[in-house]
Design a protein around this ligand. Structure first.
Ligand SMILES: [Zn+2]
Length: 336
């Protein structure tokens, strides 16, 4: 993924983090809250929050029924152990086998296709594990499993690893539920998020573009109530951004879910505009939210760096994001 270029210009070329901080800071200085920041959101009634006293909500964290962060981190370690996993590589093929093995008990659809890239035509494959619910409609939780193309020094623990491991842990969670009373849940592992040569509209998010076009053509898009994207969600210093390219009401709902669990300090302190796997689905008319921490190390220095390794991640961060997804799904199910 990358940050949108046409936002406020940065003072120093290449200093994306500085630009974001500056943007947020200027907003505060002018007395105008950053859209979606704590300031704006606190003004809204949190009906769901108000129904339970804070101490009761807090005691529920860590009880059975929450996402197993340790297991999610274990998945990330196993995925990273394959080495760099760019499209077309043997490690990528091994990871596909690994995903198949873990989702074998589920209704699993493979969306395989070939597409033109700057490196020639490449095979790609999205995985869709389906957990049926009683309510008409679908909520999608997605992440990408490929890593940076053409980089043998990059194992992508956070960028590619966390976006694979946490969806697998969420699939475990929903598989263990005997019968869902809400929307059907589809856990989607997307291929080809990374650019092959240089990030552009045609050289990026290959899997997402293919699946969004397919869902628009076959009518699935109209049945998807929400699309929650997980990307770079494992940083031990967890700061999920408010993404201005996502659907505002769905971002609000994610923030409410985080607040219900007492996790709001990890969410939406900054506003950014992300280009990521969610955009083709937004173009297909689906409400989208990109849950991403694009502040990975000081000034995002670990992003696309050989330092993106498992030692930067924590089980707790994966659990916080996982629990927030589960709570967001509960709030979506509760909507009329
Ligand atoms: Zn990346």
């Amino acid at each position: 993924m990358r940050q949108r270029k046409d936002k406020a210009p940065s003072r120093r070329a290449g200093s994306i983090a500085l630009m974001v901080v500056l943007f947020s800071w200027l907003g505060c200085l002018q007395g105008e809250p950053v859209p979606g920041s704590r300031d704006t959101l606190q003004a809204k009634p949190h009906a769901d929050t108000e129904q339970q006293p804070a101490n009761k909500r807090k005691t529920e964290i860590g009880k059975p029924g929450h996402i197993d962060g340790a297991r999610a981190l274990q998945y990330v370690k196993e995925v990273v152990a394959f080495g760099p996993r760019p499209i077309g590589s043997p490690a990528h093929a091994k990871l596909e086998e690994y995903l198949r093995a873990h989702l074998r008990a589920d209704t699993l659809e493979e969306d395989s296709f070939r597409t033109a890239t700057p490196a020639g035509e490449m095979p790609m494959r999205n995985f869709i594990a389906k957990f049926p619910g009683s309510r008409d409609g679908i909520v999608v939780i997605a992440g990408h499993y490929d890593t940076l193309y053409g980089r043998k020094d990059f194992v992508g623990a956070n960028d590619g690893g966390s976006s694979t491991g946490l969806p697998l842990a969420l699939a475990d969670y929903w598989r263990a539920q005997k019968k869902r009373s809400g929307y059907s849940l589809w856990v989607v592992l997307l291929d080809g998020e990374e650019a092959v040569k240089q990030w552009s509209a045609t050289d990026s998010v290959y899997g997402a573009r293919h699946l969004a076009a397919k869902w628009k053509a076959d009518g699935t898009a109209a049945r998807v109530k929400a699309f929650l994207l997980l990307d770079m969600v494992g940083d031990a210093d967890l700061n999920i951004e408010r993404d201005q390219n996502s659907t505002p009401w769905l971002e609000d709902l994610v923030y409410r879910a985080a607040g219900n669990l007492g996790y709001q300090s990890h969410f939406f302190a900054r506003a950014v505009g992300m280009e990521d796997d969610h955009l083709p689905f937004r173009e297909a008319g689906i409400p989208v939210a990109d849950l991403i921490d694009f502040d990975y190390g000081y000034n995002n220095v670990f992003w696309h760096s050989p330092e993106d390794k498992v030692d930067k991640l924590s089980a707790q961060s994966l659990a916080i994001v996982g629990d927030t997804v589960v709570e967001t799904v509960r709030l979506l199910d509760a909507r009329p």
